[in-house]
Ligand binder design. Structure first.
Ligand SMILES: NC(=O)c1ccc[n+]([C@@H]2O[C@H](COP(=O)([O-])OP(=O)(O)OC[C@H]3O[C@@H](n4cnc5c(N)ncnc54)[C@H](OP(=O)(O)O)[C@@H]3O)[C@@H](O)[C@H]2O)c1
Length: 337
């Protein structure tokens, strides 16, 4: 009999409709390091332990294997489809007319589902780079953000909701200027915003903006993505699990620094989606939301430790003429074109 977490001990997060979702999900991007078999095996183990939210994406190239796992845990009676909350994302090369439906149908087929709970626009650009490419690679067809093009993609996402293929739609890798431009145009509002979020990169303004607009912040790289691909590493990057404040708090609670990052996220109101294929890791990543919370002083200490250090800079999406990766993130407060 495998170990199971008592789910009634976990806090819940609310979507704008009032529907409740789990406070922590499982990430499924293998960072070019973990293969789809290992990841899908972890998905089974994680659901058996108590995970209900699984963060998927077409570009992770493992939805078919994860589909096997979902089928297994449903057929064996561990969960019903309704108890699960499965996300997926349309990749950048599928933004064109009719393509979003095609992409969603492929994910549905691979995941063996009749609907996806939350479907994200993965990046707000149609700029494509091949999975596993180097950090220096550039696609000459890349373009800056366009409100019209983004909205054409969003309209296709709205139609997926109309067709009953997805229950909610979400945005990812957005900035406040981009959200300001597109939110008034949405017929169906984004339920969630997937954003990089960890102690060394807290994005307080974007977090507050999302919450004010009833958009649930979902935090990616919540542990600072220690296994991320080489292309997403620079010398000045901060390692969250080595930050002095995080290490000290971890000692005080007798847990790994990774767990402190997750407790902080949950208590702040972000839904972290940590990746792990290792059973003790993914079990503690969920169970840590249930007990031994950080004190208000510890929460404040981590808030003050923000290093504003973005790890996923997205430089492979830059368009010809852009100066550097900061252009992707509108750091001057207006949309950079
Ligand atoms: N929307 C987007 O554009 C976007 C971008 C990036 C990621 N994501 C999503 O976010 C998920 C999470 O991000 P991520 O995978 O980059 O980074 P992460 O969750 O911050 O880091 C994952 C790594 O942390 C380590 N770890 C996990 N739990 C641990 C524990 N309890 N104790 C010690 N170490 C632990 C593991 O390292 P070892 O491998 O060394 O064990 C694992 O590989 C992805 O899988 C993906 O689903 C979305």
């Amino acid at each position: 009999m495998c170990e199971k977490l008592d789910l009634s001990t976990l806090p819940k997060r609310k979507l704008y409709t009032g529907e409740e979702i789990p406070p922590v999900g499982l990430g499924t991007f293998g960072s070019d390091k973990y293969g789809s078999e290992e990841i899908s095996h972890a998905v089974c183990g994680a659901i058996r332990y108590g995970y209900r939210l699984i963060d998927c994406a077409a570009v992770y190239q493992n939805e078919e294997q994860i589909g096997n796992s979902l089928e297994t845990v449903i057929q064996e009676g561990t969960v019903t489809r309704k108890e699960l909350f499965i996300t997926s994302k349309v990749w950048n090369d599928m933004h064109g007319p009719g393509k979003v439906l095609e992409s969603c149908q492929k994910s549905l087929q691979d995941l063996r589902l009749t609907y996806i709970d939350l479907y994200f626009v993965h990046w707000p650009f149609p700029n494509y780079h091949a999975p596993g490419c180097s950090g220096d690679s550039r696609n000459p067809d890349s373009k800056p953000f366009s409100v019209d093009e983004f909205m054409a993609t969003w309209r296709q996402c709205e139609e997926l909701v109309d067709k009953g293929l997805v229950r909610y739609i979400g945005m990812s890798n957005m900035t406040i200027p981009k959200l300001e431009a597109v939110l008034p145009l949405c017929r169906i509002q984004p339920a969630a915003l997937e954003m990089e979020c960890h102690p060394g990169f807290q994005q307080p303004e974007l977090f507050d903006y999302a919450v004010r607009h009833h958009i649930l912040p979902v935090g990616y790289c919540p542990i600072g993505s220690p296994s991320r691909p080489e292309r997403d590493r620079t010398e000045s990057d901060v390692a969250d699990t080595q930050m002095e404040e995080i290490v000290d708090i971890a000692k005080a609670h007798g847990v790994h620094p990774a767990v402190v990052c997750l407790k902080w996220a949950v208590q702040r109101g972000v839904v972290p989606i940590p990746f792990s294929v290792k059973l003790p890791q993914y079990q503690s990543n969920l169970s840590c939301a249930a007990s031994d919370p950080l004190t208000p002083q510890e929460m404040e200490c981590i808030r003050k430790a923000d290093k504003d250090c973005r790890l996923i800079k997205g430089q492979v999406f830059l368009w010809p003429g852009a100066s550097d990766w900061e252009d992707l993130w509108d750091i001057n407060g207006t949309i950079t074109r």
